[in-house]
Design a protein around this ligand. Structure first.
Ligand SMILES: *[C@@H]1O[C@H](CO)[C@@H](O)[C@H](O)[C@H]1NC(C)=O
Ligand SMILES: *[C@@H]1O[C@H](CO)[C@@H](O)[C@H](O)[C@H]1NC(C)=O
Length: 859
């Protein structure tokens, strides 16, 4: 490839001569396209000539220096290098040779004066070649590849309204270890603005400050980095055995490593998003060690803990031996990691615990270590036998080795009281619920519960901090699998918001499993808050018509005890009006009715007086009333139905525990029993288990918004001659990004559906006539194959070589994320809004024509 490049360089002067006006005087038409003959600026102050790039070779290119100076300071006389109007573009080019020779790090600072401008910077990495002009013996620099609408760009950086200053940090590794010696930067913006652009390189990790000076090694290390890494003072120094891993923050003295002793908590102040802090703990002669981090103020930052024996952990799979659970942080901005002798990954010795901030805001927190001789310190309620590391739990029946889970059998009507303690799940079971009721149909069951909070030191009852998201909950289990219940897998739940308040819920038949009620008290709060509670299931009888004032209601059974001479389920029948059967008078007067109990229906049939008044009709019922308050006559049938629920809406969790929604208890028109509707009421679905709600076309809970891919991202499907066919990430129109997916190019039929990317010396031919349209209207060319270029082998796609090189680095580092129209490579989010990506710049046709040609010195 090198030989070919040199050969091409030698042909350049000839092309210069052939420049014609259709390419703005700075290019040569080949196959209907302009090949710009002098893409790089050349000459000194007096004979300065800008370079010209773009589809029409009309875009001026000015020099770029890696000195940290603002581009306007180095801009050629009479030119504006820092002003952008809408639709305008500024391009600069410069050598990055120092990144091959001495430097390891480059920082690009881009700052827009107008916050709304949204300045977009596109970078193209290229190889500059030098050639000697035979007529003047001067060195002429050129580049085979230059920015236009079909040249893929290698990196981007943009300002946003909230972030008008942004940085891109590049390392020698990211620049392909010397694959490129030059760089084009082109900028455009949505609104007119003046911008500041500074680029500087150095051996140490550096960050450009506003005045063009550099802060190296986060202002902490020495100014000299032989291998591109800083030598940092404690506590910014990595452990002695550290195998340099970029991204943890020790290469630029931004991460700390502090020893953590059980008696001495450490604090970390404002740990930035995307960064790490490390702690060193010595785990020896203990059964269990728990590392706890707790935020000391509200934040949207999210700490995750990773532990590794003898080595620094990282967040990738395989780079840690133990990790904190993801759920915990949200309930109380605290999370922990437990190293326990009985765990597979446990080893005695030095452990490094890394706290990574995955959220969007800095976190200030304290970190502490505690040791226990028994699992979980027996949750503070059992006694520990240190020799065997076993807990003897003080509960009725402990269902966990650390006494953290209790299982109580509840007695109807007798409250269960639990003193404040740290626990996560307590299981409570009430057996024989319906069969234990004297009159199930007229009695309702009510669960009532209240809780109180005490702080861990046993102090006065505390309120919960307002920013604690988690609240204790009473859950009704859908199965009797007891201890395995997960909070989300509940058929009903009651959130206990305020300490001291009583919460109650009716027990519906659908909450019972084999006539048993399984309740779980779930406490998501951190162990620093002890929770005590009082729980009771009681019977509430409902007497029909309040016994019509002629009886007394038994509140336990809901049944009436009628006074003498009164009868019926509701004591409404006055027996005194019925004459004795042996009377000579007519047996009954027309219009009156006589009650006849129908035992199997638990109902009363009101027999009408027959027309001859000889007695009550034993066959007919003028009216039919049900004995039980919960039973109703089914329409006009001689039948009672018992409702499964009272009319109204109830929050019900699905069997899998993935969602909760309001379901209506409805009563059919024909008088049948009321029952819980199968369908969720529209708009009422709430997702559990960390799932996300999708409302289109129906409400469903789906795995969280980690789309398979970002629309427009490419993924290599297979190699083809001269290049590769890539799957293109496409998404259906509308908000359902979850169903985005990569197309599967077809190997046999001209790579249909795939984006074919050709390597050096090949060009794409036979693309499908109909481009693929992305949801935002962008057209993407698909199909075709790579054909060896015959006409102009200059089409060496360095960008693509770089792209693959970068892609493989990124894949190896596990850091590829999909992007809009390309592959993005986030080196370290910490360096700001830095995105390394691949795509195409759109160039408007036209532009001003400028004098062509050029012979010059180097620049
Ligand atoms: C863009 O530039 C390349 C060289 O970098 C050239 O081969 C190609 O024809 C140009 N494309 C257009 C549309 O001018
Ligand atoms: C750029 O030039 C260097 C030195 O001539 C060479 O090693 C490298 O492969 C070239 N890079 C590309 C992408 O052609």
């Amino acid at each position: 490839m090198l030989a070919r490049l040199l050969l091409l360089a030698a042909t350049l002067p000839a092309l210069l001569v052939l420049s014609d006006e259709t390419c703005s005087g700075h290019g040569q038409q080949v196959d209907g396209k302009c090949v710009c003959t002098a893409p790089l600026p050349n000459g000194g102050q007096s004979d300065y000539l800008p370079g010209y790039v773009g589809d029409d070779c009309a875009q001026e290119v000015h020099p770029l220096y890696l000195t940290g100076q603002d581009v306007q300071q180095t801009c050629p006389a009479g030119k504006a290098c820092n002003v952008l109007g809408p639709g305008e573009r500024v391009c600069l080019a410069g050598s990055i040779q120092t990144m091959l020779d001495t430097d390891y790090h480059m920082d690009i600072l881009l700052k827009a004066t107008n916050a709304d401008a949204r300045v977009m910077l596109y970078g193209l990495l290229v190889n500059f070649t030098a050639d000697t002009d035979p007529s003047t013996s001067a060195t002429v620099w050129s580049s085979q590849l230059y920015p236009n609408s079909t040249t893929p760009y290698s990196l981007t950086l943009r300002t946003t309204h909230n972030e008008t200053e942004t940085h891109l940090h590049l390392t020698r590794r990211m620049l392909g270890w010397g694959a490129y010696n030059g760089m084009f930067l082109c900028l455009e913006s949505q609104h007119a603005t003046i911008f500041e652009l500074r680029v500087a390189t150095g051996t140490c990790p550096l960050r450009l400050l506003d005045d063009g000076t550099r802060s190296v090694c986060s202002g902490r290390g020495q100014d000299d980095c032989p291998r591109g890494s800083c030598t940092c003072p404690a506590p910014y120094a990595p452990p002695p055995n550290w195998v340099a891993t970029p991204g943890l923050g020790f290469e630029d003295c931004s991460a700390t490593l502090q020893p953590l002793l059980p008696a001495a908590p450490a604090t970390v102040t404002a740990q930035a998003p995307g960064t790490w802090s490390f702690f060193e703990v010595d785990v020896k002669g203990v059964f269990e060690m728990t590392l706890t981090v707790a935020a000391t103020a509200a934040t949207e930052g999210t700490l995750e803990l990773y532990g590794r024996h003898q080595l620094l952990p990282a967040a990738q799979e395989g780079a840690y031996d133990a990790a904190s659970s993801g759920h915990e942080w949200w309930s109380g901005l605290t999370t922990h990691l437990t190293l326990r002798k009985t765990d597979g990954a446990f080893q005695e010795g030095t452990w490094y615990i890394g706290a990574y901030n995955r959220g969007p805001q800095p976190v200030t927190y304290s970190a502490s270590a505690s040791t226990e001789a028994c699992p979980g310190g027996c949750s503070g309620v059992g006694t520990c036998d240190a020799a065997s590391a076993a807990c003897t739990c003080a509960s009725p029946s402990a269902a966990a080795a650390d006494c953290s889970t209790y299982a109580y059998n509840l007695t109807l009507g007798a409250p269960l009281e639990s003193a404040p303690r740290a626990f996560m799940l307590d299981h409570v079971m009430l057996q024989g619920v319906m069969s234990g009721l004297a009159s199930p149909a007229t009695s309702d069951l009510v669960v009532s519960v209240s809780f109180q909070v005490a702080d861990a030191a046993g102090g006065a009852p505390a309120e919960l901090p307002a920013w604690y998201v988690g609240r204790p909950m009473l859950l009704v289990a859908t199965s009797d699998t007891g201890s395995a219940i997960f909070p989300e897998g509940a058929s009903a739940r009651l959130i206990l918001d305020k300490p001291g308040q009583e919460y109650a819920m009716d027990v519906g038949p659908w909450m019972l499993v084999d006539d048993a009620l399984h309740l779980t008290l779930f406490n998501p709060l951190p162990a620093t808050h002890l929770i005590g509670y009082k729980l009771a299931v009681s019977v509430k009888g409902t007497c029909l018509n309040a016994c019509s004032g002629h009886g007394t209601c038994n509140n336990g059974t809901g049944l009436c005890a009628c006074e003498a001479n009164w009868d019926g389920g509701d004591c409404s029948v006055d027996l005194s009006q019925f004459k004795p059967a042996n009377a000579t008078q007519p047996a009954c007067s027309s219009g009156t009715t006589s009650p006849r109990h129908v035992a199997d229906q638990k109902a009363t049939c009101w027999a009408p007086c027959m027309a001859d008044q000889s007695g009550f009709d034993p066959e007919a019922c003028a009216d039919f009333t049900c004995d039980d308050a919960r039973s109703r006559r089914k329409g006009s049938a001689l039948e009672c139905v018992t409702d499964a629920c009272l009319p109204g809406n109830y929050m019900v969790t699905d069997a899998a525990g993935n969602s909760a929604c309001l379901k209506a208890c409805t009563c059919p028109d024909d008088g049948g029993a009321c029952s819980m509707g199968g369908a969720c009421l529209p708009g009422s679905t709430q997702c559990l288990n960390g799932l996300t709600l999708v409302t289109d076309p129906t409400e469903q809970c789906v795995p969280p918004m980690v789309p398979v891919c970002d629309e427009g991202a490419l993924r290599k499907a297979y190699a083809v001659e001269g290049g590769a066919a890539m799957g293109l990430c496409t998404c259906p129109a509308g908000p359902a990004t979850l169903s985005c997916g990569f197309t599967q190019p077809d190997n046999k039929t001209a790579n249909a559906n795939g984006v074919v990317v050709c390597g050096a010396g090949y060009e794409l031919q036979g693309t499908s006539p109909k481009p693929t349209t992305l949801s935002d209207g962008t057209l993407v060319t698909t199909g075709g194959r790579c054909v060896r270029a015959v006409h102009h082998p200059r089409g060496v796609s360095g960008g693509m070589v770089f792209f693959y090189c970068l892609l493989s680095i990124a894949l190896a580092a596990g850091l590829v994320v999909g992007s809009k129209y390309g592959v993005q490579y986030y080196e370290q989010i910490r360096y700001g809004n830095s995105i390394f990506s691949q795509g195409y710049i759109s160039w408007a046709r036209g532009g001003t024509s400028a004098p062509g040609g050029g012979n010059a010195d180097d620049w």
